[in-house]
Design a protein around this ligand. Sequence first.
Ligand SMILES: Cc1ncc(COP(=O)(O)O)c(C=O)c1O
Length: 371
Amino acid sequence: MNVPLLDLVAQYRSIKDEVLPAIMAVIERQAFVMGAEVGQLEAAVAALSNTRHAVACASGTDALLLPLKALDLQPGDEVITTPFTFFATAGAIHNAGGTPVFVDIDPATFNIDPAAVEAAVTPRTRGIVAVHLFGQMAVMEALLPIAERHGLGLIEDAAQSIGARRKVGGTWRVAGELGSVGTLSFFPSKNLGAYGDGGMMVTQDDALAERLRRLRLHGGSTQYFHDEVGFNSRLDTLQAAVLLAKLAHLAEWSVARARHAARYTEAFIGHSDVCPPRTDPANEHIFNQYTLRAPRRDQLQAHLKAGQIGNSIYYPLSLHLQPCFAHLGYAHGSLPVSEAASAQVISLPVFPELTEAQQQAVIDAVLGFYA
Ligand SMILES: Cc1ncc(COP(=O)(O)O)c(C=O)c1O
């Protein structure tokens, strides 16, 4: 059986009757830039994220870049982040004029290790970018006091974790709710995916929200008058219309992902070769990815590929070892937990529309490899 890693066509078929009229309504009005749907989506995402503001932008990458720009980084200013993430996290730090400082991760959740963050703070540190990887939140209650003590911006890269929650001090907190700013991606493979690129920044900070709104529109709050040099980073009205239609399904889709994840874990647990992902008990995981650790990972991947079972390696090379960051001087072995993860992980299909038969085929293929 051919099982794709992600089946966006299956999802499209299930919501076609809702998405197509929403798209056509925008086309009928020809309001392609900053149309009404953009504001409606911002309001809905702010409500979902428990934040006062949501500011839409062109991508999850720009959602990181704009708040990093708002830190007014000077050459040599440092921003601490994880090396085990999609490249955009660190690329945005570089492009905002900062120096990424990579620290190691927690082997259980793959998220940034707060003790390592604390140890990496220097007089040049200006911010922290914590990534809520694969769908579960980083340890915000440990990161917030570090940011506060040292006067640092704390950006939550929630590209993979829209609506994920963590119990902090007995209260459920949503990804993006607690940091200086939370950033979302609507890349099609995300839990809430657009029909193209898109992103969003959420924040409680009125002044920062205002600045982010300016930065996405060439740095001006009044047309043709520019307080600073910003960007053209708007979310298309068409994408906002698609996302509004899809938002109604996000909760049920994330529940379906979690159900598939539980079934995988039930099937894999007890098999000494396969190490299912661990959910921090304080977290509600939304499983943008279901990521195993597996011995002989590359051979397993070849086996799955031969059996037409979709899979992917997120991420094969830690960011501190990427050629573009060679000048930062990180050696092989300097961040061993992240490097080990890169050698061991493999992600399996966990999209909401995955059928039981498809999932069984994935389970059989994985266990068959180790039999
Ligand atoms: C953790 C993380 N950060 C940032 C991004 C960048 O988002 P985008 O692709 O929308 O620019 C992504 C996803 O692609 C991501 O997974």
